[in-house]
Design a protein around this ligand. Structure first.
Ligand SMILES: NC(=O)CCC(=O)C(=O)O
Length: 263
């Protein structure tokens, strides 16, 4: 069994120092709870928020400051961290990059968001990643996905075909698309028979009202933990044997017939 804690919080657009301070205190609260988490998960763009007009100046160069901070925290509290995503500057471009560290403080994955969200102008200011990423924590393979990525079932399917039993989804997903959020997350879990762990933000940036509803969804599509619309730490347990049980009961991976429909 894995104990998970999702840090659902407001992210202040354009204020990386404040965001780090707020997150650190909540992460510490989660790490010191009686039910100590194996994994802490943070939301999307957790350093800058969607301060896109200033993103070039605010983005973390090579993600170095983020990497140093998360690594130290992971080692100190002996907890794996799926550190949401950060605006990261590389070779004059800014990427929306998920960082993952294990409980020894070692970096195990970096994934740059493949699908940039035009409705929030992300594509005008940021560069897209071009590689699907899976990684292992405690010998369990998991996959990376960020917010808008969940609208693309091909990515989640690629991750599950590459062995992922869990997909992490840091997000900044606003109203009025709560039904899309709930439906897409549930569908990705059911069709790939894997856990989906989604950490959304709360609060407001301009006209965007982020609604929380962070979730832990099991491979049968049940929402085993769900946040409300305000800040909170959402916790739940993963039982990885359920992935195998569901995959045996309805053998989707054995029954799929890609030769009939792949482009
Ligand atoms: N930050 C995002 O990618 C938002 C995606 C979103 O809101 C959607 O409806 O898709």
């Amino acid at each position: 069994m894995w104990q998970i804690a999702l840090i659902q919080t407001n992210i202040s657009a354009g204020d990386p120092d404040r965001n780090r301070e707020v997150l650190e205190s909540k992460m510490q609260q989660a790490a010191e709870a009686a039910l100590k988490p194996d994994i802490i998960v943070l939301p999307e763009m957790r350093n800058t928020g969607y301060a896109l007009e200033q993103i070039d100046k605010l983005a973390d160069p090579e993600g170095l400051a983020s990497r140093r901070w998360i690594s130290e925290f992971a080692r100190k509290f002996k907890v794996h961290i799926v550190a949401g995503s950060v605006a990261e500057k590389r070779e004059d471009k800014v990427y929306n990059t998920m960082l993952v560290f294990d409980r020894t403080g070692a970096e195990v994955a970096a994934y740059s968001k493949i699908h940039l969200f035009g409705l929030m102008n992300e594509d005008k200011y940021m560069a897209a990643g071009d590689q699907a990423v899976t990684f292992e924590l405690d010998g369990i393979r998991a996959g990376a996905s960020i917010c808008y990525d969940i609208r693309f079932p091909e990515l989640a399917r690629t991750l599950s075909l590459n062995g992922a039993q869990i997909m992490f989804v840091p997000a900044q997903w606003p109203h009025p698309r709560l039904q899309h959020w709930r439906t897409l997350l549930t569908a990705r879990a059911i069709e790939n028979q894997m856990y989906v762990i989604a950490c959304n933000t709360t609060g407001r940036n301009g006209n965007d009202y982020f609604f929380g509803h962070s979730a832990i969804i099991d491979p049968w599509g049940e929402w085993i933990a769900e946040g409300g619309e305000t800040e909170g730490i959402i916790t739940g347990q993963l039982d990885l044997t359920l992935v195998h049980q569901v995959r045996e009961r309805i053998p989707v991976f054995k029954d799929r017939r890609p030769s009939a429909y792949e482009l």
